[in-house]
Ligand binder design. Structure first.
Ligand SMILES: *Cc1c(COP(=O)(O)O)cnc(C)c1O
Length: 366
């Protein structure tokens, strides 16, 4: 039982994808051009946002947003410690300092109740992460950002098509980052990312930033980067985007099946969904005691699982100079010893989920 099965996904779309890639190869246009602008408008429409800028990774997307909002050294940016490391890394890349915050015990996203206590006069922005595919509590976070005049940015790398209180992620802050890393809910055949925004001038600035600070050929208004998406990736993503809704429904059905089958297994804390959240289950994360033994047991039964993430950001060696210690963020630290991500992607069928649950119950002698 594979955790990801990207080759079976490819086989299911082989004809369409080969055709799209061949078209790019024959066109001779491998950077910028029609494939890019087509994907940008399709992705913007999908997320009900006026602007999308295609980039070469989610990390680039976060870095580009922060740079284009003039976040720089001396500034501080609030971010959950329970996130994929690149969220924090992108803040570092601007020279700003990340201000880490613990997560809530129920939904594992940044705890809105702990944000205000870290705000000071150098704090400029909040990066809210929709971890595992569940939106952070954007109503409360939006209120805090407004009250303290902070920029609000969303890291939607794990949350394509998720929504909160009926609003699609990517629309709560000034700009949002998406990743199309191969294993994300929408994945390229290589690296990819995007920014979504409803701010016209930010859109222009980000377009220039990803292209060496240039919006007019050979004129460089500022120092930027090369963060452009490859045309081949855009062509592949356009094909895959048509299937995203169907795949998301499959993830949600798989998750629902786990929730039903494991409901009577009291050794397991099942993932909770906030009543206002539309969860897209990038990961289906359970919490258990004896986690490592369960993981090894499942591995022996041919079931791949994963841990997202085994080390919270505040305990990463790269951030040791910030002075956080073991005990700084008790909820995130409790999670790292208990969490286990079960396979939930669209290649899994109901019988697969049934088999996995059966094995889990067997481990607990049920
Ligand atoms: C994957 C991911 C990133 C980084 O995206 P890349 O495309 O790998 O650079 C950032 N934040 C989160 C929450 C992610 O899951």
């Amino acid at each position: 039982m594979k955790f990801h099965n990207l080759s079976s996904q490819y086989r299911s779309l082989q004809k369409e994808i080969n055709q799209a890639v061949t078209q790019v190869l024959q066109s001779g246009h491998f950077s910028e051009g029609n494939e890019i602008s087509r994907f940008e408008s399709q992705f913007a429409n999908t997320h009900l946002s006026p602007y999308c800028i295609a980039l070469n990774s989610g990390t680039s997307a976060l870095h580009t947003i922060l740079k284009s909002l003039d976040i720089t050294s001396g500034h501080q940016v609030i971010v959950p410690t329970n996130t994929c490391f690149p969220t924090v890394e992108a803040i570092y890349m601007t020279g700003a300092q990340p201000l880490l915050v613990d997560c809530e015990p129920d939904y594992y996203n940044i705890d809105p109740g702990q944000i205000e206590s870290v705000i000071n006069e150098n704090t400029k922005a909040i990066v809210a992460v929709h971890l595992y595919g569940q939106p952070a509590q954007m109503d409360k976070i939006r209120n805090i950002a407004d009250k303290h005049n902070l920029l609000l940015i969303e890291d939607c790398s794990q949350a394509h098509l998720a929504s909160f209180n009926g609003t699609m992620v990517g629309n709560f802050g000034i700009a949002s980052a998406f990743s199309f890393y191969p294993t994300k809910n929408l994945g390229a055949f290589g690296e990819g990312g995007a920014v979504v925004t409803n701010d016209a001038s930010l859109n222009n600035k980000i377009r220039a930033f990803k292209n060496h600070g240039s919006s007019t050929k050979n004129v460089h208004e500022f120092i930027g980067h090369n963060y452009r998406m490859d045309s081949i990736q855009a062509a592949i993503l356009s094909v895959k985007l048509k299937h995203l809704q169907k795949w998301t429904e499959r993830r949600r059905k798989n998750a629902q099946h786990y929730l039903e089958l494991l409901a009577d297994c009291h050794e397991i804390v099942l993932p909770a969904t906030h009543p206002k959240s539309f969860h897209v289950y990038h990961q289906f994360v359970i919490r258990v005691q004896k986690r490592d033994q369960l993981q090894q047991f499942l591995q022996r039964q041919g079931i791949e699982t994963a841990i997202h993430y085994p080390i919270p950001c505040h305990l990463q060696p790269a951030l040791s100079h910030l002075g956080y210690r073991k005990g700084s963020f008790p909820i995130a630290e409790m999670l790292v010893n208990q969490i286990l991500s079960l396979p939930v992607a669209e290649h899994l069928t109901h019988p697969d989920i049934g088999y996995i649950c059966d094995r889990i119950k067997k481990f607990y002698h049920k």
